[in-house]
Ligand binder design. Sequence first.
Ligand code: FE2
Length: 185
Amino acid sequence: MARRDGGRLCRTLIDEIDRLSPTRNRWRPSFQPVVAQLDGCLARGPKETSYLRGAVAAMKPHLNWHRAPPNPALGRFDRHHAFSTIVGPTDRVPSDSLMLGLMIVDRATHYPGHAHDADEVYLPLSGDAVYHVAPARPGRPRDGRYLPIPAGARHALWTGDVPELIVWAWMGNIRGGYRIAGAAR
Ligand SMILES: [Fe+2]
């Protein structure tokens, strides 16, 4: 199932990127404490994602970093993550059907199990996190491989000794719900 869904999500993502208009909104840079880890994330990682780490380095001064709304269910994750949305309805590259951005999760941090109505793809650029997309077993994609997360599938991650840098994309029902679903282990 995961492989078939992965192909569908990847084709959808490519189609959405092909449809992006040349219009660009202004960058609106902002910062979060965990973003101090970004240079370290960009300096390490597999060769398969080095071209993307270079692209992130070029955008670094412009990125708008935010945190998820405060939620006790997020625990330590709340103050130990940041995300930057590059493509989206009100973001640098406008789209009403695709959201695409970056996320940093600090070392030794659990992003609790959650689910949403949008389809998602994760592409880890740097780090050693373990990912869990139910009902599959926890694991880590091979270097340079993406992780498909169909709408409604509960997913979580745990970082290890270093922070994790991820490219993420939301497709489909990007204005739908988001639910914290509790710890997956
Ligand atoms: Fe997600």
